[in-house]
Design a protein around this ligand. Structure first.
Ligand code: 2AM
Ligand code: CA
Length: 270
């Protein structure tokens, strides 16, 4: 089977498993802090996906949030970047508004991206240079918007952080309004489908954005870190996502003038 079809089926099957497993008792464990939670389902879904890939493609590398390949530094060959459940707090509290995110890269270049909104049964997917789809419907190229006429996605917790809050507040003040959905992967595909015009966040891991990024690029959107550099698929980063025009607008007027301060903050948020 073709790699793209294999990955697509695998993501859909993993979503089926989540819908089955979520009705059993959830075991919830805190990771780095009391609000950074993981469940037995996150781990079981990652194990399921990794086992299937390893059985079919033993030479592929796999980076997964729940413990796979965190040592991987080289992007040579085929690299899968996986978040079994993006939006774990939504999964625990709401049992909805979470996604499976999978990005596949060939020698560091985007090959395919999948973001599966499990409870709505909507698969956002894209193969590089072949366009992006919401289920079977092709997604159109994004229009250009300026910040003042735009909706910006942002986790409001960041506005409470002293230094980063000061950098982000003027962006939100200038925007038409802000929205938060609690799953970075979904927020990125919401930019790719035009529900949001931009998404800004000071700290994401590659598994949060790898899948969404490829979908975004296929509709002409842009994703970089706050310094305008390409997003890493092996290390975490600040993240600025948008249609090409608003990305430029936010970067040039709000972030680039603060590049020195952001350099320092970027270290802190690592
Ligand atoms: P998760 O649910 O897979 O942990 C919430 O605003 C979004 O940010 C979610 O996609 C969440 O992913 C991610 N996230 C939460 N805490 C994070 C952290 N400390 N570093 C990076 N990403 C984080
Ligand atoms: Ca996760």
């Amino acid at each position: 089977m073709h790699l793209y079809d294999f990955a697509k089926n695998l993501v859909l099957e993993a979503g089926n498993n989540i819908r089955k497993w979520m009705h059993e008792d959830l075991e919830i464990v805190a990771k780095s802090n009391p609000n950074d939670l993981v469940t037995n389902v996150d781990k079981a879904v990652e194990t399921f996906i990794v086992n299937q890939i390893e059985a079919q493609y033993p030479n592929h590398k796999i980076i997964g949030e729940e413990g796979h390949g965190h040592h991987i530094d080289s992007t040579e060959g085929i690299v899968w970047v996986i978040d079994p459940i993006d939006g774990t707090l939504n999964f625990i509290h709401q049992r909805q508004n979470f996604a499976i995110s999978v990005g596949i890269f060939k020698d560091g270049k985007p090959y395919a991206g999948f973001v599966y909104d499990v409870m709505r049964d909507i698969l956002y997917h894209a193969k590089s240079s072949h366009g992006a789809y919401k289920n079977e419907t092709p997604l159109p190229l994004l229009p250009s918007t300026q910040l003042k006429e735009s909706i910006v996605g942002l986790n409001p917790n960041w506005l409470t952080k002293p230094k980063m809050g000061e950098i982000l507040q003027p962006i939100i003040q200038e925007a038409r309004t802000a929205r938060a959905y609690g799953s970075a992967a979904l927020e990125i595909v919401y930019v790719a489908t035009g529900l949001l015009d931009a998404y800004v966040t000071p700290r994401l891991h590659p598994w949060d954005y790898a899948g969404g990024l490829i979908i975004l690029q296929e509709v002409g959107g842009k994703g970089t870190n706050f310094l305008g550099e390409p997003l890493s698929i092996t290390h975490h980063s600040t993240v600025l996502i948008g249609n090409a025009a608003i990305h430029e607008d936010i970067f040039m007027r709000h972030l680039q003038p603060k590049a020195q301060e952001l350099q320092t903050l970027q270290q802190r948020f690592k």
